[in-house]
Design a protein around this ligand. Structure first.
Ligand SMILES: C[S@@+](CC[C@H](N)C(=O)[O-])C[C@H]1O[C@@H](n2cnc3c(N)ncnc32)[C@H](O)[C@@H]1O
Length: 241
């Protein structure tokens, strides 16, 4: 179809629809808050990333030379790109509702050796991924299911967009065991954490939700991260569609 044939009202409607979805799953934050959160995240990751580097190297080695289209759910500042983006002909779709992450993620993509044309930042949420069914070789999500509003819906979206046999790679912090002092503290601080941590929940049993999401194969391991006591319990692994 030539551009002359496109009804401009359709374009407006599509953007209105996109904004409505964003609003539904990610309550609009003031611009200063989004900017500050992006800046703080970039700084905090300097201490956190070295601790998880071993797990990430293990997970992302599974993608090497095998993927062409990758979607990052809640890409944030793009700390994972260096593990896989410079490898062959990879095209990355970085999805995040916070538009202030775009600058950081784009810089990380370029630093990782990804041609600029092979990186798309898309302002959207995990509950409504903006790509078609069975179009991705891999989906990556690190420290993001704590923040999405509807974890089950986001996991169904991950499955929808993966090609059959496609891989979902994840690292997430999870709730401490019941009846421990840490779990008590997490429950107490959860409401505050959601305010200061851009919607982050401390008490989610994300491993259970991933296991029950209907992937054909799920491999989940536990890890402990010392850099932040409140979120020290992590899970990491790979699920196959
Ligand atoms: C703690 S940060 C982690 C970012 C990055 N994945 C990392 O490992 O550093 C959580 C990210 O999830 C994004 N996010 C929040 N709600 C989301 C949603 N509903 N769908 C997708 N991403 C979301 C935030 O904007 C933020 O960039």
């Amino acid at each position: 179809m030539s551009t002359k044939q496109i009804d401009p009202s359709l374009i407006v409607n599509e953007d209105t629809h996109r904004q409505a979805i964003l609003k539904r799953f990610h309550t609009p934050r003031p611009d200063w808050y989004e900017k500050l959160f992006a800046l703080l995240l970039a700084k905090c990751l300097k201490a956190y990333e070295p601790e998880v580097a071993g797990y990430k190297a293990e997970l992302f080695s599974r993608l090497r030379g095998r993927v062409n289209k990758v979607l990052e759910l809640g890409i944030g500042t793009g700390p994972n790109l260096k593990y896989y983006a410079g490898d062959g002909d990879v095209h990355v779709y970085g999805v995040d509702p916070n538009k202030r992450m775009e600058k950081y993620a784009t810089e990380a993509a370029v630093a990782a050796g990804l041609p600029r044309t092979n990186f798309n930042f898309i302002q959207m949420v995990g509950e409504a991924l903006p790509v078609s069914d069975a179009s991705m070789d891999a989906v990556i999500g690190t420290l993001v299911l704590c923040s999405v509003q509807d974890v089950n819906l986001a996991l169904q979206e991950v499955k929808r967009v993966l090609k059959p046999g496609g891989l979902y790679i994840f690292i997430e912090h999870v709730a401490a065991q019941d009846r421990t002092a840490l779990k008590f503290l997490q429950k107490l601080l959860d409401p505050l954490q959601q305010i200061v941590g851009d919607g982050c929940h401390l008490t989610r049993q994300t491993g259970k939700l991933i296991s029950e999401a209907g992937f054909s194969d799920v491999d989940i391991k536990m890890a402990s991260v010392s850099v932040c006591f409140l979120v020290k319990h992590h899970i990491y692994g790979i699920a196959r569609k």
